[in-house]
Design a protein around this ligand. Structure first.
Ligand code: ADP
Ligand code: MG
Length: 405
């Protein structure tokens, strides 16, 4: 993990992708009011590309000559970055393409990665336009950190790459139901949570996981809380100076795991990427050394690999962008509405894991499998609905790179 390099060479060239409909529909105005002059001051040249439809950004980065850009920046919510990550991983040169530094500017209603990056930098917790300004400064500074990605396999053999989360149950339902409150911006999750509490239900299914390797043998795998600032910059390098490609992938075989996405409404593309060496096919039982969770009645299951699930929800306070760990959390059925509300309120400060709620499970894992029993339901990946059914995932430490503070 290289140290911080002090030599910052300019100019830098960004591709900025803006979804004009994200959030309250003001992304373009926010960009010109808050970010444009900042980039100019920092001698950053950029090409602005306004997305015209869903999957536009995905197609653009899949075909783009990436050597033109020092970073690909997304001004939207997490959904547009999800497109960019998957577009890059669909390229034949994915291994190099996914090394393109990514930048986030919060313009959507779900800006979890932007909030996480701000948190990792040790800055004040901020939201809304203050978060945008903070992320704008980080872009100008141009520090680049590694970013873990999780490979998610769906029942139809489609494979996706995810930078944020996989959710089922309460959280996934809130995520999708709250889409209709997009006009209120980030507050949509709070509104959605309160509405959903009134129709709280049980989700039946089977959860299994492969625990993360614990480097420090003393720390318990459950409820261990927080060391916020451990080496946040230790793996950072500056833009333009960091093309010594560290060996990021232990395995770059991409032949016998070529999935054809058929869920997104676009023509099938062969998904490239590393081979999922920890996973066995979904129609076979999980490997014997995996842990199977005893409970089968849940209120929610969420796998998160960043600190924030929304601007004001710190789901995994101990997460680092490159810790190579999936923070797997579940809430067992039987929890009262009041206790669940308390849990979500505590999550605003990242304190939910220290409430010792007996219904909460938390474990750090490298891989997991979730098999819902009911024939219909909702699973989200990075806040986007994906094919419902059995799903499994494994994390790849440091597969991507992100401009951070
Ligand atoms: P938000 O946080 O407001 O939901 P996202 O970045 O998550 O913002 O975007 C929401 C969805 O909009 C994503 O699925 C993205 O693919 C899609 N999208 C991107 N550009 C456009 C566009 N021009 N018109 C409609 N949808 C778009
Ligand atoms: Mg992480």
């Amino acid at each position: 993990t290289g140290g911080v390099c002090a030599d910052v060479r300019r100019p830098r060239r960004f591709l900025v992708l803006i979804n004009p409909h994200s959030g309250k529909g003001q992304a373009l105005t926010l960009f010109s009011n808050h970010v444009q002059h900042m980039l100019q001051e920092a001698d950053i040249t950029y090409t602005l590309q306004v997305t015209e439809r869903q999957n536009h950004a995905r197609e653009l980065v899949r075909e783009a000559d990436l050597s033109q850009w020092d970073a690909v920046v997304v001004m939207s919510g997490d959904g547009l970055l999800f497109e960019v990550v998957n577009g890059l991983m669909e390229r034949e040169d994915w291994e190099e393409a996914i090394q393109t530094p990514l930048g986030v500017l919060p313009g959507g209603s779900g800006n979890a990665l932007a909030a996480s990056i701000n948190y990792y930098s040790g800055s004040q917790p901020v939201s809304g336009e203050d978060l945008l300004v903070s992320c704008g400064f980080m872009l100008c500074k141009g520090l680049v950190s590694h970013l873990d990605l999780t490979s998610v396999c769906l029942a139809s053999n489609q494979r996706l790459f995810s930078f944020l989360s996989l959710a089922w149950g309460f959280v996934a339902d809130v995520d999708i139901e709250s889409e209709k409150y997009r006009h209120v911006g980030a507050a949509r999750f709070t509104m959605g949570t309160i509405v959903r509490l009134t129709s709280l239900r049980v989700y039946k299914g089977k959860l299994a996981y492969l625990p993360a390797e614990e480097p420090h043998s003393h720390s318990s795998p459950t409820m261990s809380s927080v060391s916020f600032n451990n080496g946040s910059n230790s793996s950072s390098v500056y833009l333009r100076n960091s093309y010594n490609q560290n060996q990021l992938l232990h395995n770059s075989c991409n032949s016998n795991n070529a999935y054809k996405p058929n869920w997104t409404n676009e023509p099938p593309v062969t998904m490239q990427g590393p081979r999922d060496s920890l996973l066995v096919p979904l129609d076979q039982p999980v490997p014997a050394h995996w842990t199977v969770v005893k409970e089968e009645d849940f209120v929610l299951v969420m796998a998160v690999y960043q600190s924030h699930l929304a601007e004001d929800l710190i789901a995994a306070p101990a997460s680092r962008p490159d810790d190579g760990v999936i923070h797997l959390m579940y809430v067992k059925a039987g929890i009262s509405r009041r206790a669940l509300l308390r849990l979500f309120l505590a999550m605003e400060k990242g304190a939910h894991l220290s409430t010792n709620c007996p219904f909460v499970g938390y474990v750090k894992v490298q891989a997991f499998r979730l098999e819902p029993f009911s024939p219909t339901g909702t699973i989200t990946v990075d806040g986007e609905v994906v094919e419902y059914g059995p799903v499994q995932a494994q994390i790849y430490g440091r597969l991507a790179r992100i401009v951070s503070g």
